[in-house]
Design a protein around this ligand. Structure first.
Ligand code: GTP
Ligand code: MG
Length: 215
């Protein structure tokens, strides 16, 4: 019987992720990995950010889902190049999937690559994709205790986007609590409260993103 240790698989992933980072870097492309629970508002936020960044960057999107192409179709409607990855059961994207998707993109026409990971607050934490920036998306309806309960995904992220702030009056979500908990894990992490549906907070988040990726 052959047993493959998980550490070996993760090591192989890390190596591939470095290759992705080098390839994207050589092509002048800044990769952003969006992670968060199913339904946290990742695609809605992405739609709002793409609109806000129009004319400032040449974006492309890789959509990760277990099945279907609903999110990729939403992005396609905006006229943005998009590749859909179906993981067929896997609860996260990995670097080999991104390598395959990158091969389907015209890299010369892109300088900002968004990767929407499979909706999951646990599995996505262990897999570097070769991005430069990881943003964790948490909606107000999920509860403000998530940074304490799921530290790994927050710890490895550079920024926290708190989505669905229009629902704050209907929840007991405490922005101060999540800010304190996130900063404990990522002292210099950026935090942006946004309501993608109304556009509130989106310009500030888009400006920060543009500046961070050098646009
Ligand atoms: N009230 C409110 N609802 C929102 C907001 N952003 C997203 N939603 C809703 O939340 C639901 C999920 O949004 P999506 O953007 O599809 O979430 P997602 O994280 O991409 O979901 P998966 O890709 O399935 O993981 C949809 O019904 C959205 O309309 C927001 O700012 N406010
Ligand atoms: Mg989505």
């Amino acid at each position: 019987m052959k047993i493959v240790a998980a550490t070996k698989i993760l090591k192989a992933n890390d190596q591939l992720a470095e290759e992705n980072r080098a390839k994207l870097g050589a092509a002048g492309i800044f990769g952003v990995n969006l992670v968060g629970s199913p339904g946290a508002g990742k695609t809605t936020l992405l739609e709002a950010l793409l609109a806000a960044l129009k004319g400032r960057a040449r974006p492309a999107v890789i959509e990760g889902d277990i099945a279907g192409s609903i999110d990729a179709e939403r992005i396609e409607k905006l006229g943005v190049p998009v590749v859909q990855i179906n993981t067929q059961g896997a609860c996260h994207l990995d670097a080999s999937m991104i390598a395959a998707a990158i091969a389907d993109l015209d890299l010369k026409a892109v300088d900002l690559l968004f990767i929407e990971n499979v909706g999951n607050l646990v599995c996505t934490a262990g897999f570097d994709l070769g991005e430069r920036l990881r943003i964790v998306v948490l909606s107000t309806s999920e509860g403000d205790d998530k940074a304490v309960k799921y530290p790994a995904i927050f710890q490895g992220s550079h920024a926290l986007f708190v989505t669905k702030t229009d629902l704050l009056p209907q929840t007991n979500f405490d922005l101060q609590r999540i800010t304190t908990d996130f900063r404990r894990l990522v002292p210099n992490g950026a935090i942006f409260p946004v309501a993608a549906i109304s556009g509130e907070g989106v310009p500030a988040a888009a400006d920060w993103l543009a500046e961070t990726c050098g646009r």
